[in-house]
Design a protein. Structure first.
Length: 464
């Protein structure tokens, strides 16, 4: 099923490239490129015309009218007026084939970016404590009301917003039903508690995805539905932004998509476009966090997608183009340093969960940057210190890879101060603005007597 979708997308892209006009730099007086077609697929640097203007595509797109603007992150660059009569749409003999169902264009315009109320800017402490709250489901940790979440948590990620189907883009969030979660508050109480948290300077986000919420934005229609449905949830509950927790098969790279700086895979391109639209809609105060697994990030040091000859897991490193494209919008990246296999660090040694070493090596990769798939000419650049935290289970029941508080704090002291690093020397040097710690989950932390919160919140405050 997945293979047929990948091949159909690749075929459409290949066919479309022969039907669109590639800009020439030789002519000073620009001629009109072939007219934009809603059914054609355009990739980076392809040019089309509409209404007497030429437009250049920034990345893979289909069905997005170049004359309809959606803010600074619009896929089309307006190159200005072109001379002569706009050329007609490609003839049937040269036009792109009709799109497959998996790539059919949206029939609605790009979502508006203006109606929602801007989110206030600022408020995060220098070193933050970040946790996930099981708000829509119950498990062995039990339900915890929003009003009862202790004040030490600086970012609270509501788990989870999930799609109605993997490819719909239609995200829904509902409070845990009383039959599953005895003691759950009413929706009005929940909204009031969120408002009180925000008034106290806390950030409350919608976490989208999770282990069971596969999200694949295969079409522009799904992208637009993602934006509208997520916006509706943010507005309804009065939230500060979103956390992207795409796991499993949500993100993977099509064969031949080898440049993380210029991705062409629709699920990647559409996610980037959707998040940029949300950021534009809500303003500079919009909080964006991400919680990828190591497989989707640090494994990219060795492997990226299916590889130059195919055969690799196409999900390897597939978060890298998303992180790169959103690097100026990203508030905190907190990779899940748990439920992971051994991963090679910048010392070219494999590191395994269970101690400070894994946290140090994995986090240093994001603070120092690294060559993707070992290619030193293709470097994934370091993120800012204040954009980086790392994730750890709050208890032995919360996930594989639990590390006792002393080991977690050893890792932070190494990354921040260069102290007690063991056998690993951070390539990133000292990182005094390291953002903090994330945990799955607040509920499990309560179940185990608040070990994570009570140990790490005063420790982070003392870092200065």
């Amino acid at each position: 099923m997945r293979r047929s979708v990948v091949l159909s997308v690749a075929a459409v892209v290949a066919a479309a490239c022969s039907a669109v006009y590639v800009a020439s730099t030789a002519s000073a007086a620009a001629a009109c490129a072939p007219a934009w077609s809603a059914s054609a697929v355009y990739v980076k640097d392809n040019v089309a015309s509409k209404g007497g203007n030429n437009y250049t595509a920034k990345w893979w797109t289909q069905g997005e009218d170049p004359a309809v603007k959606s803010g600074q992150w619009d896929v089309w660059i307006n190159n200005g007026a072109c001379g002569g009569v706009v050329n007609p749409s490609p003839s049937p003999s040269s036009a792109s084939p009709s799109p497959s169902p998996s790539t059919s264009p949206s029939t609605s315009p790009s979502p508006s970016t203006s109606p929602s109320t801007p989110i206030p800017v600022g408020g995060l402490p220098k070193h933050a404590l970040i946790g996930y709250l099981h708000a829509s489901f119950a498990n062995g940790a039990g339900y915890l009301r929003m009003a009862d979440v202790p004040a030490e948590w600086d970012i609270i990620n509501l788990s989870f917003g999930e799609p109605t189907s993997a490819t719909s883009g239609d995200i829904r969030f509902t409070l845990c039903p009383a039959t599953e979660c005895p003691g759950v508050e009413t929706e009005a109480e929940f909204i009031a508690a969120i408002k009180a948290k925000r008034a106290a300077g806390k950030k409350v986000l919608l976490s989208i995805g999770g282990a069971n919420g596969q999200v694949q934005l295969t079409t522009t229609a799904a992208r637009d539905r993602f934006v509208s449905s997520v916006s509706a949830i943010i507005d309804k509950y009065g939230l500060d932004g979103v956390d992207i927790d795409f796991e499993g098969h949500s993100l993977s790279l099509n064969t031949g998509d080898t440049d993380f700086k210029n991705p062409t895979t629709p699920v990647i391109v559409n996610l980037i476009s959707a998040i940029k639209t949300l950021k534009t809609r809500y303003g500079a105060g919009f909080v964006l966090t991400m919680a990828p697994e190591t497989f989707f990030v640090q494994l990219g040091y060795q492997y990226y997608g299916s590889g130059p000859w195919g055969g690799q897991d196409p999900r390897a490193g597939s978060y890298l183009p998303v992180i790169y494209a959103l690097r100026n919008d990203l508030t905190v990246l907190h990779v899940q340093d748990y439920n992971s296999g051994s991963i090679m660090g910048l010392d070219n040694q494999y590191h395994s969960m269970g101690g400070a070493d894994f946290h140090i090596a994995m986090t240093d990769m994001m603070l120092a940057g690294f060559p993707v798939a070992g290619n030193t000419a293709n470097m994934f650049p370091a993120l800012r210190e204040d954009q980086i935290a790392f994730g750890a289970p709050s208890s032995v029941s919360a996930g594989n890879g639990y590390v006792a508080p002393a080991g977690v704090q050893q890792a932070v002291n190494c990354l921040v101060k260069g102290a007690n690093c063991g056998g690993y020397t951070p390539r990133s040097g000292l990182n005094p603005n390291f953002r903090g710690l994330m945990t799955w989950s607040i509920n499990w932390d309560r179940f185990y007597g608040w070990e994570f919160k009570n140990s790490h919140e005063p420790f982070l405050n003392a870092l200065g």
